[in-house]
Design a protein around this ligand. Structure first.
Ligand SMILES: [Cu+2]
Length: 252
């Protein structure tokens, strides 16, 4: 009951965002902040800047189709010149301001780049899932999702921490965070953003083929977890949700 006035007050204070959408603004590793792309700042002040570590996302609007090439790293996904250094086993936290949608899964993925992440084709690299968060409790429509739990309505950013598997072999990787919002029936909204990582460590592990997927390709648009209406009677009686994209690779 207390949520309603808080929610309305927060939205009223943010007219520039309208009522929709968003994206991943910054990353932190330990005490270090890495500034991401900002769609509200002129592109020429950001693209190619030596500090830039995130691929460009032009707007806060979602990707609507699993077959859209921009489902990999958003639109247009222009590569940055720099990398976030992180040790395998370490945490990277994705920072969102004012995440508004409450329903649907969140996933984090890695893809190896080889010698250079700036020249890879984001639609051809092989992604593997390293983290997922979905329905935590309750039913599909009224239950608590991680997407809701990670929201903050007190002005502080929403923080999404993910651990890089400690056994992973070092190298240059892309990290891909995706929020899938399913609050509109049978109209899924995908919010992917990608950044470049320089992962260090002494691990030797790398996922087997069954974990490796491409975007597009990882998802089927008729997947009942994607083409979904959470407002049916059946959904009110459903207390589990299968997160799309296959199993999480832990490196173990
Ligand atoms: Cu939205």
């Amino acid at each position: 009951m207390m949520m309603v006035p808080v929610l309305l007050a927060s939205l009223a204070a943010l007219p520039e965002l309208g009522f929709a959408h968003g994206g991943l603004s910054n990353y932190t590793v330990g005490d270090t902040w890495y500034r991401g792309y900002d769609p509200d700042t002129p592109a020429e002040a950001q693209l190619g800047q030596p500090w830039m570590i995130q691929r460009q996302w032009r707007t806060i609007d979602p990707i609507f189709s699993v077959d859209d090439p921009f489902i990999a790293c958003n639109d247009p996904g222009t590569a940055p010149p720099s990398y976030i250094p992180i040790e395998a086993g370490g945490n990277i936290t994705a920072v969102y301001y004012w995440w508004l949608h409450p329903v649907g899964p969140m996933t984090a993925w890695l893809a190896a780049c080889g010698d250079d992440c700036t020249t890879v084709d984001v639609n051809q690299v092989e992604w593997f899932k390293i983290w997922e968060g979905g329905l935590l409790e309750g039913n599909l429509a009224e239950g608590l999702w991680y997407q809701k739990e990670f929201q903050r309505w007190d002005g502080s950013p929403a923080l999404w921490p993910v651990t890089i598997p400690s056994a992973l072999r070092p190298g240059l990787y892309m990290i891909r965070h995706e929020i899938l919002s399913i609050h509109i029936e049978k109209k899924p909204q995908f919010y992917p953003e990608c950044a470049h990582l320089n992962i260090t460590g002494s691990g030797k592990a790398y996922p087997m083929k069954e974990y490796l997927l491409k975007f597009p390709g990882a998802y089927d648009k008729h997947d009942p977890s994607i083409e979904i209406d959470i407002y049916t009677e059946e959904a009110m009686e459903t207390f589990n949700y299968t997160i799309p994209g296959g199993p999480v690779w832990t490196g173990a």
